[in-house]
Design a protein. Structure first.
Length: 321
């Protein structure tokens, strides 16, 4: 009775007197458990069903006290109405953990409707406890069941060490194989391809320039700039001087002094003068002019290559120079 009064006082609105709310009179009230017997720690569900007029609204008390039971989760409320009759169902997920005489304490359900605020007293509900120790025919009272039994260690054969040993052996074998492969690779150094000769580099750049045809896109002067760089770079590499940073007169003076066999200086002088005219006088060359200039540069490289490489070929063949 005291629990019912406390619940009613907690459910009263702020500012109201401490008088208990009048009792509600539903058509029927039932409290049932989904299990006839429960053991310590076993979850079960308690269901409270109330049949009442459809205009009344039933709710659980706040806070909901279920000691000495344990509330395993949030309770649920379901309501069904048919005409003037309604049924409200409260489902409480519970468990018994620390009591040998479990029970659900009295509840004071909150009721609201046309007759005002009321309460419905649900009496104490006992829960039947099933003793596993009694079923095992305990020899004395000291061996009675007072809670969940502690876990019992079980020896299980493990092959962890075997797996670890196998993994270590496989790792060692892999490291040895990797070490042997690296040692064999170190014994046979990979051949390093020789760098391209000045002639090969110049001919490859001339072929690329002719295939790209920048003059078809209005870049004839840019093509002549690139052609001049290719010719000067070839001459500089062939005779070991920095031809890219010299003027045309300085380049011709170096060629006069070094005398590259197979080179026609008057023809080269005219070619370099034409390139300077395009580069600095902004003369726009035509497609045929660019193609002929590339062909003349390729002929220059080919003539000088034949003259310079012939002694090397004779030496490689074992003949006298």
């Amino acid at each position: 009775m005291i629990a019912i009064l406390l619940a009613a006082a907690a459910a009263a609105p702020p500012g109201a007197d401490a008088q208990p709310a009048p009792p509600a009179h539903p058509f029927a009230v039932s409290v049932r458990s989904d299990k006839a017997e429960v053991t310590l720690g076993e979850p079960f569900t308690l269901t409270i069903r109330v049949e009442h007029p459809a205009l009344d609204v039933y709710a659980l008390p706040e806070p909901l006290l279920v000691e000495p039971l344990l509330l395993r989760g949030a309770p649920t409320v379901a309501r069904q109405s048919q005409g003037d009759l309604a049924e409200t169902t409260f489902t409480l997920p519970l468990a018994v953990l620390k009591s040998l005489e479990p029970h659900l304490a009295p509840l004071a359900l909150r009721v609201d409707g046309p007759e005002g605020a009321r309460q419905l007293a649900v009496p104490e509900t006992p829960i039947r406890l099933r003793s596993l120790v009694a079923e095992e025919r305990a020899a004395s009272a000291e061996q009675a069941h007072h809670g969940p039994k502690p876990p019992v260690p079980v020896l299980v054969r493990s092959f962890l060490w075997a797996w670890l040993l196998g993994g270590v052996l496989l790792l060692a074998a892999g490291l040895l194989a990797l070490r042997e492969a690296r040692r064999r690779r170190a014994r046979r150094p990979l051949p390093i391809p020789p760098p391209p000769t000045p002639e090969e580099e110049a001919m490859a750049r001339l072929l690329s320039l002719k295939q790209r045809r920048p003059w078809d896109r209005g870049l004839g002067r840019a093509a002549v700039f690139e052609l001049s760089e290719i010719v000067r770079a070839y001459l500089g590499r062939r005779l070991c001087f920095d031809a890219l940073d010299l003027t045309t007169e300085e380049v011709l003076a170096e060629l006069h002094r070094r005398r590259l066999l197979g080179l026609d200086l008057p023809e080269l002088s005219g070619e370099l003068s034409w390139q300077d005219l395009v580069k600095f006088a902004k003369a726009e060359p035509g497609a045929e002019d660019c193609e002929r200039a590339i062909d003349r540069a390729a002929s220059l490289v080919d003539r000088t290559r034949a003259v310079v490489e012939m002694p090397e070929r004779r030496a490689a063949a074992g003949g006298a120079p």
